[in-house]
Design a protein around this ligand. Structure first.
Ligand SMILES: [Zn+2]
Length: 88
């Protein structure tokens, strides 16, 4: 009987936890939609590591009159380094 109670308790806690996660997810999603500017929220590809990321989070770089966006400053620096290698 005691084991059954523990088992029921575990099930109940798992249920509560799942419900909490669901609530957290829906809240963050709703907040995301409200605060974000739709125009700025474009997914673009990092030309260096080829991952997709929101443009507004990107690191901008102007190369030969072209606007490039990178997922991180690290990728931007590596891209610049690789460009310089090609030219020399
Ligand atoms: Zn990158």
């Amino acid at each position: 009987m005691f084991r059954l109670l523990i088992f029921a308790g575990v099930i109940y806690l798992t249920y509560r936890l799942l419900k909490f996660w669901k609530l957290k997810n829906t809240q963050s999603k709703a907040g995301f939609g409200k605060t974000d500017n739709v125009v700025d929220d474009i997914m673009i590809k990092d030309p260096f590591c080829e991952t997709y990321f929101p443009k507004r989070n990107g690191v901008h770089l102007l190369v030969d009159g072209k606007d490039l966006y990178f997922c991180s400053t690290e990728c931007r620096d590596k891209f610049i380094a690789s460009q310089q290698k090609e030219r020399t």
